[in-house]
Design a protein around this ligand. Structure first.
Ligand code: 13P
Length: 230
């Protein structure tokens, strides 16, 4: 089980330090935190496993505003989220750029959480499997079942909305995704302490990618505890 905290564009360096000082990852579950770039070094210094929220495909070059895998490794960062729906939606990330970022990150020795998921309109139009197939095949064609790769199924309609996918729906989507690319699949989208155990209890659910509920130590610890196999 892997539980990842995606802090998105939240937390100053002081807030990151305070969280890491107070947070005690429970034994029996892999936990990573994904702070904004400005706090990565603070989180690394705490001894927690730290992923970035994005990574560029080039090692260096004229790519203003981007950060490369060697730069992250230089900081002590051990992985990166790639292709989050917010990157796809607001920053023009495509299946092609997602694939390039994943290949470069894995090649450099970072672990990767690659995100996929359908929008509400796509689900209502009956296109969920089509959308997931295109997104996952792009990743599978580029990286295959690399040991450093996990996927995160994050239905866009469940992100930050409090509308969690039912465990049945999540399990169905995870099984579909694994049928295309057989790597661990995390669930993301309004994971909270009170729904984590039920979601994480499903066979096909290999962990969680947590946004809002990962910002507070108590709620994130509760979710991590729910991931400990019974
Ligand atoms: P929430 O947990 O806030 O819905 O965010 C999910 C997410 O986008 C994690 O990457």
């Amino acid at each position: 089980m892997l539980v990842a905290a995606n802090w998105k564009m939240f937390k100053t360096r002081a807030e990151t330090g305070a969280f890491c000082d107070a947070f005690e990852p429970p034994a029996g579950v892999d936990v990573v935190v994904c702070p904004p770039f400005t706090s990565l070094d603070v989180a690394v210094a705490s001894g927690l496993a730290v992923y970035a929220q994005n990574v560029h495909w080039a090692q260096e070059g004229a790519f203003t505003g981007e950060v490369s895998a060697p730069m992250l490794l230089d900081l002590g960062v051990v992985g990166a989220i790639v292709g989050h729906s917010e990157r796809r939606q607001y920053f023009g990330e495509t299946d092609e750029t997602v694939a390039r970022r994943i290949v470069a990150a894995l090649g450099a020795g970072l672990r990767v959480i690659a995100c996929v998921g359908e929008s509400e309109e796509e689900r209502e139009a009956g296109q969920t499997e089509l959308v997931l197939r295109l997104q996952v095949e792009a990743i599978a064609d580029a990286a295959g079942a690399h040991p450093g790769l996990v996927l995160a199924y994050e239905p866009i309609w469940a992100i930050g909305t409090g509308r969690t996918a039912t465990p049945e729906l999540a399990a169905e989507a995870h099984a579909f995704v694994k049928g295309i690319l057989d790597v661990p699949v995390l669930y993301g989208g309004s994971v909270k302490p009170d729904n984590a155990a039920e979601l994480l209890g499903r066979d096909a659910v290999d962990g969680a990618l947590v946004g809002g509920a990962s910002l507070e130590v108590d709620s994130f610890e509760a979710i991590c505890r729910a991931a400990i196999p019974s």
